[in-house]
Design a protein around this ligand. Structure first.
Ligand SMILES: [Zn+2]
Ligand SMILES: [Zn+2]
Length: 229
């Protein structure tokens, strides 16, 4: 954070700035004056301000007043949309599930592992307005099916999915996702990757399984270049 000092000379009052304070009333140089006007702060504007992330129904919201996906009435954008946009650009894209063409105006960004706040780029795919609610329906049907008490044996333990979910601190949908993605049974019933999980090859499989098809990355290069500032 750049702090503002009281300097009685003709320099910009932002610490470390040697610019002339030609905006006399504000005591700021042209650059810092414009920043102050546009963003309400002399700090450099960030695409995403990490301190200002909020949650809505389990999803993360990002404070991003200058983001192109921002709705007119709000300074916030769902973080998964910001991440997907940074990775893949302005689109259009193909729906991950049915390959229909979608744009930012009509698409949803789905979380492959059903963890609503896991916004790692590999976990995010574009979804059309038909597949997104259908997926919600499939999840409900899957939850229903779980009541039939299927049992799974892994690591020498036999439990139904609900018990496994509780045991591993995973959602049942996350386990269903692993099963449908064809993971090895011992991998399906292992803790989530990350701090607490065992580090191994297993984690690369997570990335591979969740990766969208190659055609997806069309706009990513252009966008990435813009982000690296
Ligand atoms: Zn300045
Ligand atoms: Zn679709």
């Amino acid at each position: 954070m750049e702090t503002i000092q009281n300097q009685p000379d003709d320099n910009c009052r932002v610490t470390g700035c040697s610019g002339a304070a030609n905006r006399k009333g504000a005591g700021l140089c042209e650059k810092h004056y414009m920043r102050q006007r546009r963003h309400g702060s002399t700090d450099k504007a960030l695409v995403l301000r990490p301190g200002l992330i909020d949650h809505s129904h389990g999803y993360k919201l990002a404070h991003a007043p200058d983001h192109p996906l921002r709705r007119a009435s709000s300074n916030r954008v769902y973080e998964h949309r910001v991440v997907y946009h940074a990775e893949h650009g302005d689109g259009p894209f193909l729906c991950h599930w049915c390959s229909m063409m979608v744009t930012w105006d009509d698409m949803h960004v789905d979380h492959l592992n059903d963890t609503k706040d896991d916004n790692s780029p590999d976990n995010l795919v574009a979804s059309c307005a038909v597949c997104n609610p259908k997926r919600g329906f499939d999840k409900m049907a899957a939850t229903h099916r779980l009541r039939s008490e299927r049992r799974y044996t892994a690591h020498g333990k036999t439990m139904c999915l609900i018990e496994w979910a509780r045991y591993l601190n995973l959602s049942r949908n996350a386990i269903e996702y692993r099963l449908s993605a064809g993971w090895k049974i011992d991998d399906v019933f292992s803790p989530r990757k990350g701090r607490s999980g065992p580090a191994s090859r297993r984690h690369q499989e997570v990335g591979t399984a969740a990766r969208p098809p190659v055609g997806y990355e069309i706009d990513s290069h252009q966008m990435r270049t813009e982000m690296v500032r």
